[in-house]
Write a protein that binds this ligand. Structure first.
Ligand code: HEC
Length: 119
């Protein structure tokens, strides 16, 4: 009987430990995305993606996931963007950002958009 309790306790501890890990991984993903954004995107898209005189805000209803799905972020980095929404000029393709890093940036931007009430 005592063994059973011990086993149950171990299971419980393991389960709660796993839950905590999932949560901190999300926070990690967002802060990793912020770091990639800081290295490659912030000079045009600005702090917290609110824009600069060189690039558009990405925390903006234009970039709502229904209007600019995640794939448009992948294309933007891969191929660049021909100016069509704003008068900032074209976005050049961004070298040196891996596919995984683009996914991290997308998670970061979606989180900012969500916090701003865009979706
Ligand atoms: C040299 C400046 C510059 C840099 C660096 C830059 N962008 Fe842009 N980006 C722009 C401009 C300007 C536009 C707006 C084009 C327009 O008028 O629609 C844009 C548009 C976009 C769009 C919208 C694409 C679309 O289909 O309309 C996304 C998404 C985007 N950028 C993501 C990024 C990400 C992610 C990074 C960093 C990896 C980045 N940009 C770095 C200038 C930049």
């Amino acid at each position: 009987m005592r063994y059973l309790f011990a086993a149950a306790a171990v299971l419980l501890i393991t389960a709660s430990g796993l839950g905590a890990e999932t949560e901190s991984q999300t926070v990690d993903t967002i802060s990793q995305g912020e770091a990639v954004f800081g290295a490659h995107c912030v000079k045009c898209h600005g702090e917290n993606a609110t824009g600069t005189d060189k690039g558009s805000p990405l925390v903006h209803r234009f970039y709502h996931p229904n209007h600019h799905a995640d794939i448009t972020f992948r294309w933007a980095v891969d191929k660049g963007v021909r100016a069509h929404h704003w008068a900032f000029g074209d976005m050049p393709k961004i070298e040196g950002v891996s596919k995984d890093e683009v996914e991290l940036v997308i998670t970061y931007i979606r989180d900012l958009q969500k916090k701003a009430g865009i979706f």
